[in-house]
Design a binder for this molecule. Structure first.
Ligand SMILES: [Zn+2]
Length: 224
């Protein structure tokens, strides 16, 4: 059975943003992060978007049920259109992973693969201190990307919480939250070593996608 949903897992700084961006460019996948899905709904002023806007505006947190609802809606639309979907930042917890399996009921859950980009903690700290984020779409770039503007045209800035103490805390939080999600996927989890230049990481990702029978779209080249 072909894979239609890739759950991208990786600590902050593991290069998830770069991998997702290249999958979008080279494989034509739909890339959904919780952040961009929420922003989209707000921009579209959909019923859910207005709900989200109210919650965020009053300083509240968007709960799991609402996030699940937004993911499901976008997922169904994309899968109906035959797209491969990359989920980034979702599921963040085991209950969300279970909710995703329910969305893919009727044997479709076997079409979900979790792809973890594995990088040693000390390498993550070094990378994060050099990281830039787009003010417009939230995509992130590392020093190795050598870019000054986002592919969407947005300005890139350093994140306030990329200092070493906050970074260490975020990595701990990630590990505590995400390890159970990775474990949840069991036989559906594939690991890719995230060390080295983005090109090397992408070669490993490409080999994995080939194995999963996800084909590159045309003769698209990775941006240098
Ligand atoms: Zn951007």
């Amino acid at each position: 059975m072909t894979v239609s949903v890739i759950v991208l897992l990786g600590a902050p700084g593991a290069g998830k943003g770069t991998v997702a961006g290249r999958l979008k460019d080279g494989y034509g996948v739909r890339h959904f992060s919780t952040g961009n899905l929420l922003r989209n709904e707000i921009q579209r002023e959909s019923e859910i978007g207005l709900k989200v806007k109210n919650i965020v505006g009053s300083g509240g947190l968007v709960d799991d049920a609402l996030v699940n609802e937004i993911v499901e809606q976008n997922l169904q639309e994309s899968l109906a259109g035959g797209s491969v979907v990359v989920l980034d930042g979702y599921p963040r917890t085991v209950p969300q992973a279970e909710a995703l399996d329910l969305m893919m009921a009727g044997g479709l859950r076997e079409r979900i693969v979790a792809l973890e980009i594995d990088v040693a903690p000390e390498e993550l700290v070094a990378r994060l201190s050099a990281r830039l984020v787009c003010v417009k779409c939230g995509d992130t770039y590392g020093a190795a990307d050598k870019v000054e503007v986002c592919r969407c045209g947005g300005q890139l800035v350093k994140r306030k919480d990329d200092d070493s103490v906050t970074v260490a805390r975020r990595l701990e939080k990630y590990e505590a939250e995400t390890r159970p999600v990775a474990d949840y996927y069991g036989a559906r989890l594939r690991k890719v070593a995230g060390e080295g230049a983005p090109e090397e990481v992408m070669k490993r990702v490409e080999a994995l996608l080939l194995d999963l029978k996800i084909e590159k779209r045309g003769d698209c080249q990775w941006p240098a």
